[in-house]
Design a protein around this ligand. Sequence first.
Ligand code: PRP
Ligand code: URA
Length: 209
Amino acid sequence: MGNVKELNHPLITHKLAILRDKNTGTKEFRELIGELAMLLCFEALSDVKLEDVEIETPIEKYKTGKFDESKYAFIPILRAGLGMLDGVLSVVPNAKVGHIGMYRDEETFKPVNYFFKVPKDIENKTVILLDPMLATGGSCNDAIDLLKEKGVKNIKFLCIIAAPEGIEEVNKKNSDIPIYCAHIDNHLNKNKYICPGLGDAGDRIFGTK
Ligand code: PRP
Ligand code: URA
């Protein structure tokens, strides 16, 4: 299904089952979003180019590889994307962080942008865009467009749940951007919520409803 990579592992299914359950509380929900984000980050960064280095272990010299973490920027789409930030930073702690504020209009389902702040020199970094939910794809596409306008050339999008409709929309408008998700769900309902999904990710992460 186009430029998308779905994590396929029984432990992911197990964690998603707890995450989706309407009886799972805010604390556990937030922890699981963080863990899944960390696992997605491992997959998305499997193409990192290492530079040759020689280090010295307490036993002997050793030729190995390292990379410059500051060449990466994590950019959560507010609010729900913030829930993924600690998880990805636990993998690449020296990455830079930006923020894109967006909410979906409840009637039109179109994204409204209200905040944009990214690290300097962003055009020379690989941006890892974070949002747990890819529903219609509008928010993701708009965030990608804002980043491309700033000259960003390398973008990857990480989400927990993706709807086929959203994947198709992002693949159509931004076919160069790889999507990494923990699961591709069935479809969107008439309110453009993902089915079976997990409900409103932002409300469940922050306990606002
Ligand atoms: C949710 C979600 C995405 C967007 C996905 O945000 O976190 O940003 O909807 O929908 P789309 O693919 O149809 O654009 P929401 O608007 O609920 O804002 P919030 O994160 O502030 O709760
Ligand atoms: N945003 C959410 O938080 N959940 C959905 O199912 C769709 C959009």
